[in-house]
Structure formats: structure tokens, C-alpha cells
Design a protein around this ligand. Structure first.
Ligand code: CP3
Length: 343
């Protein structure tokens, strides 16, 4: 087979890859000593995202060390609210803190300025020109619902109770915010593609907070619209959707949103996934990040079961991001095992 085919693009087009491709969410991050070294010298996380030199180096770190099949742009889903004019900080030990949206006026005031995130697109250009030929470059954004959660509650460790109140009591206001985010995300993703991103992933980390009609309105509908807009302009760029913890929502999500592949969290049962989801679209993910911390035969046995159940229309990945406690040697072992697995 042609060496220059990218296995991940094969899977996303529904074709059998030369080997099952692998990449990991948060593959560049605090578990890597070379990341911690750059982080120790930097003012803060946001500065690292907005410095193309550093962000390029960090994006390439896991590729150099592990030779994954895809690189994911080093950036953050909260750069979109920042580009919309929302003050954003990453506080040590606290995670992101944003200025909360108060009312309709504060939503009307949101205005997307692409220049505020131009460093991100420069990073994409630089990474695209330095990747090995078989390695794909993944761009991303947060789904409107998940980004709205952070903008309404102002931070992460809140269960997003204020946002959930808006769902029930101010759905029109939330809809207005979601529409703004949809427009901004369209521009943000378009610029990533123009700069060289070959695949997109839409992270809906808090999709699981909604169900029923609210899930349809705030998760499925905006994702469907975002995918449709991207497909209209860039039909060749595959899109992976990740409605984390959506449980029974996974089925309508994969059937209705138009995504090219579906990323599974660790709670999705494999035989259900094969039967109800993989019959619709290729799948990604599912390995519990805790097993990557543990390593050894338990990790390999579980991975082998995922690979043999889901077969070649699958991109190996975790059910969520790599955690800081992960020993890098476990990642080496996992990637080698997956890439040598006989389909
Ligand atoms: O390697 C990659 O996956 C690419 C880069 C990436 C980051 N964040 C870097 C990051 C991606 C794709 C994201 C997505 C992201 N950001 C999501 C969706 C995925 C998910 O985790 O559910 C969310 C919800 C965010 C928002 C965010 N960013 C939070 C809540 C936090 C704090 C929690 C944490 O893990 O520290 C961040 C910080 C962040 N984003 C770090 C990294 C490497 C840690 C920064 C550091 O302390 O060095």
C-alpha cells in the first residue's frame, strides 16, 4: 500500500487502513516532561496557546516521542469566547475562569475578532509543514453547548448549574448565545482548514448534562448546523463528533448531526457501539484513561478487546483526555501495540 496514505483519513472515508490509527486526546500535556519544561518557563497556559513557536513545539512533542497517526493542534476550546471579547484566565489549580455573561446585552456585545486568535492559525500552518507524511493534522473547537456552559457559569467546577437554569428558564437567551457561538465556530474552524487542518473534532464535553428535547435543541441542532456549514465549504474535510457522556443521546447524535465519525467516552458499551453506532459511522475512542495510568496487561487486554470488537473502521483513542499522572512509557507501549495489531 502507498506509504503516503494517512490511516486516519482512510478510516474517516470508510476505507480499510493499513493499520488501525491511534492518537490520544490531550496527547500534549502535563504528563510529558518536555511539556512541563516549556510550561515552567512560560507565564501561563494561555500564553503558550497564543505563542505559535511554543504551540508548534508542543503539538509536535507527542509525535516525535510516540509517532501517533495524528497530531492535534495545541490550543483550547475557550479561545473562541476569548476571540468574542470575553476576558479569560487559566488559574493555577482552578482551571479556566471567564467573565460570566449577565444578560442579553452582554450577548449582543460579543463580537468575533479573528486577529485575537491569529496565532492559532499560524501554529496550524507551521505544524502542517513539519509533520511526517503519514500523520494527519486535527483542528478542533468546542461545540456551542459546551462553550456556552463555560460562558454562562464562568468556570468549570460548578456542574454548570447556572447554565442548566438558563435551559429551563431562559431558553431564548441561551439560543441566542448558541447562535453566536455557531457563527464564531464556523469562522474559527474555516481558518484552521485554510491554514492546513485536515480533520476537525467538535468537543461536546458536557453533552451529557442534557437529555430529551433540550439535548435535541442545544446539542444536536447546533452541531448539525455547524457540520452542514463546514461541509458546504469544505466537503473533503472529515469531522469527528464527541458528545461525551451523552448515553442514549449517542444514537440520534450519530444519525442526525452529519459527523463523519463518532468519539466514544469510556462508559459506552462496546457491543452496543458496534451494533447501533458503528453501523452508521466509523468510531473513535473508548479506552478508559485510568487504564493508561495503570498500564500493563490490563491495559493491553482491554485495548485488544476494543480493537477486535470494532475492527478497522475505528480510530484508537481514549474515552477522555490523558491525565497528568500517566507514565509516558505506558503511552509508548499502547501506541506500539495498536500500530502492530493485525487487522
Ligand atoms: O492535546 C490536545 O488534546 C490538544 C489541546 C487541547 C487542550 N484542551 C489543551 C489543554 C484540547 C483539544 C483541549 C480541549 C478542551 N479544553 C476541552 C474539551 C475536551 C475535554 O477535556 O473535555 C475543554 C473542556 C477545555 C477547557 C479546559 N482547558 C479546562 C477545563 C482546562 C483545565 C483542566 C485541565 O486539564 O487542566 C483546560 C486547560 C488545558 N487545556 C490544559 C491543556 C494541555 C492544561 C494546561 C496546563 O495546566 O498545562
Amino acid at each position: 500500500m502507498n506509504n503516503f496514505r494517512k490511516p486516519i483519513l482512510d478510516v474517516l472515508r470508510g476505507q480499510t487502513p493499513e493499520h488501525i490509527p491511534v492518537w490520544l486526546m490531550r496527547q500534549a500535556g502535563r504528563y510529558l516532561p518536555e511539556y512541563r519544561e516549556i510550561r515552567a518557563k512560560s507565564k501561563n497556559f494561555l500564553n503558550m496557546c497564543l505563542d505559535s513557536d511554543l504551540a508548534t513545539k508542543i503539538t509536535l512533542q507527542p509525535i516525535r516521542r510516540f509517532d501517533m497517526d495524528a497530531a492535534i493542534l495545541f490550543a483550547d476550546i475557550l479561545l473562541v469566547p476569548m476571540a468574542l471579547g470575553v476576558p479569560l484566565e487559566f488559574c493555577e489549580g482552578e482551571g479556566p475562569v471567564l467573565k460570566k455573561l449577565e444578560d442579553e446585552k452582554s450577548i449582543d456585545a460579543l463580537f468575533y475578532e479573528s486577529e485575537k486568535v491569529s496565532a492559532v492559525f499560524e501554529t496550524v500552518r507551521r505544524v502542517a509543514s513539519s509533520l511526517p507524511k503519514k500523520t494527519a493534522l486535527i483542528g478542533f473547537c468546542g461545540a456551542p453547548w459546551t462553550v456556552a456552559c463555560y460562558m454562562v457559569d464562568g468556570k468549570g467546577k460548578t456542574n454548570f448549574t447556572r447554565t442548566q437554569t438558563w435551559v429551563k428558564e431562559k431558553p431564548e437567551l441561551l439560543q441566542k448565545l448558541i447562535t453566536r457561538l455557531l457563527d464564531a465556530s464556523e469562522m474559527y474552524l474555516g481558518a484552521q482548514i485554510e491554514a492546513g487542518a485536515e480533520v476537525l473534532q467538535i468537543f461536546d464535553s458536557w453533552a451529557g448534562l442534557l437529555s430529551g428535547t433540550a439535548f435535541a435543541r442545544f446539542v444536536i441542532e447546533p452541531t448539525q448546523e455547524l457540520v452542514a456549514r463546514m461541509k458546504k465549504k469544505y466537503p473533503q474535510v472529515p469531522i469527528i463528533g464527541f458528545p461525551r457522556e451523552a448515553r442514549e443521546g449517542y444514537v440520534p447524535y450519530v444519525r442526525q448531526t452529519g459527523v463523519d465519525a463518532l468519539s466514544l467516552d469510556s462508559s459506552v458499551e462496546l457491543n452496543f457501539a458496534k451494533r447501533e453506532l458503528q453501523s452508521v459511522k466509523p468510531l473513535q475512542g473508548n479506552l478508559d484513561p485510568a487504564l493508561l495510568v495503570q498500564g500493563g496487561s490490563e491495559m493491553i487486554k482491554t485495548m485488544e478487546n476494543i480493537l477486535s470488537t470494532l475492527g478497522p473502521l475505528h480510530i484508537a483513542n481514549l474515552g477522555h483526555g490523558v491525565v497528568p499522572e500517566t507514565p509516558p512509557e505506558h503511552v509508548t507501549e499502547l501506541v506500539r501495540f495498536i500500530q502492530n495489531f493485525r487487522i
